[in-house]
Design a protein around this ligand. Structure first.
Ligand SMILES: [Zn+2]
Ligand SMILES: [Zn+2]
Length: 230
């Protein structure tokens, strides 16, 4: 695992996306603003829920997760929430890249790339959503993480066959049933996969995707998300 900073970032200093100060940190943010970002420190190793100590949370003890580990770089709080909004709704790709670059540095520092042959799989968006937004935010994040950490990215290992725009109005049972049929995975016997997404909320979406990949033969699945909603 080798973290590869881009030469272009060192040659051309830029302005901080958060406070506007000029910076040569190699990122679009100054050292002070980077320091102040809400990191997801101690957390449940299975679902990344922030906790006073890193241990399995009550929910994961009750219902063992399908993924063998989850890591989130930040908490979904100010100003990470605002950066993600700029990225997803405003099409500000630099805001998404900044958070992904910082998460890559964090994963590198924690030596959190698991040993063995792992592939990054961005959580697929429904084609209609990609049409609206113009890009899949999870794929953008996965490309940065893969490039920096030397991991392969396979966005087409799974696809979304059904969009679920009205999830909020459904009961928990209906929601789970709806999501179970939301993804179609290609055969992937024995593969070790890391799902990548922007925000981890209930984990229902990634659970459904993990299930379809396990059904398609995957040996082990982990989860990396930029931000953990609490
Ligand atoms: Zn700043
Ligand atoms: Zn947990």
């Amino acid at each position: 695992m080798v973290y590869k900073p881009r030469l272009i970032d060192r040659l051309f200093p830029s302005n901080c996306l958060l406070c506007g100060t000029g910076t040569s940190s190699g990122l679009n943010a100054c050292e002070g603003c980077i320091e102040d970002l809400p990191r997801n420190g101690e957390a449940c190793p299975h679902c990344a829920m922030p906790l006073p100590v890193a241990a399995a949370c009550g929910h994961c003890l009750q219902e063992p997760p399908l993924v063998s580990g989850a890591l989130c770089g930040f908490r979904y709080d100010y100003p990470v929430r605002e950066l993600l909004l700029r990225f997803k709704s405003g099409g500000d790709l630099a805001a998404g890249r900044l958070l992904a670059e910082l998460m890559a540095r964090q994963i590198d520092a924690l030596q959190a790339v698991p040993a063995g042959d792992w592939t990054l799989v961005p959580v697929p968006l429904a084609p209609r959503r990609i049409g609206e937004r113009g890009f899949n935010q999870a794929e953008r994040i996965a490309r940065v993480l893969g490039g920096r950490l030397g991991l392969r990215v396979e966005p087409r290992l799974a696809r979304r066959v059904r969009s679920s725009p009205d999830q909020k109005s459904l009961s928990a049972v209906q929601r789970r049933r709806n999501l179970a049929q939301a993804f179609h995975a290609r055969p992937c016997p024995g593969r070790r996969l890391i799902l990548v997404d922007d925000i981890l909320t209930t984990g229902a979406t990634t659970r459904a995707l993990a299930q379809s990949l396990l059904n398609a033969g995957a040996a082990e699945i982990r989860l990396w998300c930029l931000a953990r909603a609490v």
